[in-house]
Design a protein around this ligand. Structure first.
Ligand code: PLP
Length: 404
């Protein structure tokens, strides 16, 4: 059978493919769902009289903050509607913590600040932390959140842990949905460790569910229950709801994190783009319409995830395992041998680009060389099928060390 794989791979090589599966982006048909935003007209004043053409409303227009607070289940007074990128808000919050710190303890005064980083994770989170000179302490994800035993040992072994970053729903790339118990345990252990430790929840895939995605108690309610609101921040955006780089980003935080973000933004930006905020408010009106809109995204994405899984299932089990996410943008394949880099190299030789091996780990190094992130959403089904067939052959070629 392996020989027939090598033969099949030769045929795929002859097709001169050029397919990019590296980044999780919406496909053009998903973007079309929001086309009305391109021509929507808005009046100069909001319902409560704010002039969207001028400076003002640094925390966002009231109606946009309302949408954010409905999505994040946070009080409107603790919610900011910002410009188009939640990553920008994340960086601003990290920078404010570095310069000023929660409870007036800036990270810049700590010799070797450290962060808990669930792995596999998001390369851009790791880049930010690295740029701020923060040491990253990896803690594995186990399907429903962090490995609590390893979290305990990590906290016990290290001084100066200043934060924990996570993607609590449809985690990038593993698809983990943190259980309420897992989040509450994280709160308990980390707040026992320090009441300055920043909880940063990047809820990038908060509403990006496929049918049957399990529900989750809002982070705000769990943080309130655990008494850690002061240290907690939750972020999300419309980047994969309407337009990447053209949506809105939201932040919710308790007194500590809210005042940090407000302070740094006060120096950086006079106010967000209120015209785009009002456009989104008029387009969506309320949370229910946002959820219905996301169901249309899911109807486009789900067949691509199903197609990918159906081809991955044909790979012999001894070669590895793969995730079955209930939302988000990624499927993770874990090779049983340390051959992820080799698999990706073989795919590249056949014209299929996959996210570099190691990209989902701090400093780009996967110690087991086994995690591969597949992003099936952007390409159309015909190309996706070819790309995953190449991938499937590549896994087997690498695993069985076949000649090609
Ligand atoms: N956070 C995570 C976990 C992501 O996967 C992404 C996009 O891929 C982002 C943030 C980017 O969000 P934004 O466009 O709002 O900055």
């Amino acid at each position: 059978m392996p020989e027939s794989i090598a033969q099949q791979f030769k045929f795929l090589l002859e097709e001169n493919l050029s397919i990019d599966l590296t980044r999780g982006k919406p496909s053009p048909s998903q973007l079309d769902l929001s086309n009305d935003l391109l021509s929507i007209t808005v009046e100069p004043l909001t319902d409560d009289g704010a002039d969207i053409r001028n400076y003002g409303e640094p925390l966002g227009i009231h109606q946009a903050r309302m949408l954010g607070s409905e999505l994040l289940d946070s009080p409107i007074t603790n919610t900011i509607a910002a410009e188009q990128s939640s990553l920008l808000l994340t960086y601003q919050l990290l920078l404010a913590s570095h310069l000023f710190g929660i409870n007036d303890k800036p990270w810049k005064d700590i010799e070797n600040p450290k962060f808990i980083c669930p792995i596999p994770g998001f390369d851009r989170h790791f880049n930010m932390l690295d740029e701020l000179g923060i040491e990253m302490l990896p803690v594995p994800l186990v399907g429903d959140g962090l490995d609590i035993e390893i979290l305990k040992t990590t906290l016990a072994e290290h001084a100066d842990i200043v934060g924990l970053i996570s993607v609590p729903r449809h985690s990038n790339p593993s698809g983990d949905i943190y259980s309420d118990e897992n989040i509450l345990k994280i709160f308990e252990l980390c707040s026992e460790y320090s009441d300055d430790l920043l909880f940063l929840f990047d809820h990038a895939y908060l509403i990006h569910d496929l049918p049957n995605a399990p529900s989750q108690t809002p982070i705000w309610a769990l943080a309130e229950q655990a008494g850690v609101l002061n240290q907690t921040s939750v972020l999300t955006s419309f980047s994969k709801v309407t337009f990447g780089g053209g949506g809105l980003a939201f932040f919710a935080g308790g007194e500590g994190t809210f005042s940090l973000l407000k302070r740094i933004r006060g120096s950086m930006i006079i106010c967000p783009d209120k015209v785009n905020q009002l456009r989104h408010v008029r387009f969506f009106k309320n949370k229910q319409n946002i959820i219905s809109h996301m169901q249309k995204h899911a109807a486009i994405i789900e067949p691509k995830f199903a197609l990918t899984s159906s081809i991955l299932r044909t790979i012999p089990e001894e070669c590895g395992t793969f995730s079955s996410p209930t939302g988000g943008y990624f499927i993770t394949y874990q090779t049983s041998k340390p051959v992820a880099s080799k698999v990706i190299e073989i795919c590249k030789s056949a014209g299929v680009l996959i996210t570099p091996a190691g990209a989902t780990f701090p400093h780009g190094v996967d110690p087991q060389d086994s995690i591969i992130r597949l992003a099936p959403t952007f390409v159309e089904a015909i190309e996706l099928q070819k790309a995953i067939e190449v991938f499937s052959a590549a896994v087997q070629i690498a695993h069985f060390n076949l000649e090609t």
